[in-house]
Design a protein around this ligand. Structure first.
Ligand SMILES: [Zn+2]
Length: 257
């Protein structure tokens, strides 16, 4: 019987989250990305955990910028996308789409989710019903398309959307309130969205995190997962359009919002 993974989440920089994933039986600890080496090392110390791995989602500085400092301090192994290895500082182990690896008796599945960057990957741990999605999916939002096309991002999100309802989604930024305001502007008739926004506003007033979210909540309220849902398509006035075009238009409006 494997022990459950313990997730320790903490704010970093202005709006990033850092995550430590601890497996007590074998004493393994992974850090998801390295937004701030100093904060990560302090949190490890506070928990009394020894870092064994970094799981990188993509190369941006607020995700991989602390890799070398954290590796120097801990001797950990860095896992990242083999197709983007040149941009992942200190990478030791390369993974690509469809790969899985063992983490203390738990299978970690890797999906490539190009869009935000072309080399973005996410980590899904089915037996714990949780996933680390970096800057691909946010609560009621998705990552900006810095490198990939709308078609790539829509395909990436469509694959993530197949995870079960109860999957806990750990996204890398606290963008929820702003995302929700945009979502209401394009999906005003969505009752689930309205009630979620009341809860989110209350949480943020009390300075509480809105991460993790769940797959069920995102399917119901995230406009970027609803480009093929008739009510949403009608709401933005694109009846008959292909889902990828609805997605692209939604993303364009968000960029201008
Ligand atoms: Zn990024």
């Amino acid at each position: 019987m494997n022990s459950n993974l313990e997730i320790h989440m903490f704010p970093c920089r202005s709006d990033n989250y850092g995550f430590l994933v601890h497996e007590p039986q074998n004493g393994l600890t992974a850090c998801i990305d390295t937004p701030d080496a100093r904060v990560i090392l302090a949190e490890l110390e506070r928990k009394g955990w020894t870092l064994t791995h970094i799981f990188n989602t993509h190369h941006h500085d607020d995700h991989a910028g602390g890799n070398l400092d954290v590796k120097r301090a801990t001797g950990c192994t860095i896992i990242g996308n083999g197709n983007d290895a040149k941009r992942i500082p200190g990478i030791d182990v390369t993974v690509t789409d469809g790969d899985s690896f063992d983490f203390g008796g738990h299978t970690v599945q890797v999906l490539e989710t190009p869009g935000h960057t072309v080399g973005h990957i996410v980590y899904y741990i089915p037996d714990q019903s949780l996933a680390f999605v970096g800057d691909t999916l946010f609560a009621m939002g998705c990552g900006r398309l810095f490198e990939g096309s709308p078609a790539q991002m829509w395909d990436s999100l469509s694959r993530i959307r197949r995870w079960p309802d109860d999957t806990r989604i750990y996204c890398a930024h606290e963008y929820t309130l702003a995302n929700g305001r945009f979502a209401l502007s394009v999906d005003a008739g969505n009752e689930a969205l309205k009630s979620r926004m009341d809860e989110v506003a209350e949480k943020r007033r009390n300075n509480q995190p809105t991460v993790p979210t769940t797959m069920k909540l995102e399917r119901e309220t995230n406009p970027f997962l609803r480009a093929d849902v008739p009510e949403f398509v009608a709401s933005i006035g694109m009846q008959g359009a292909a889902p990828v075009d609805v997605f692209a238009e939604t993303r364009r409006r968000k960029d201008d919002f």
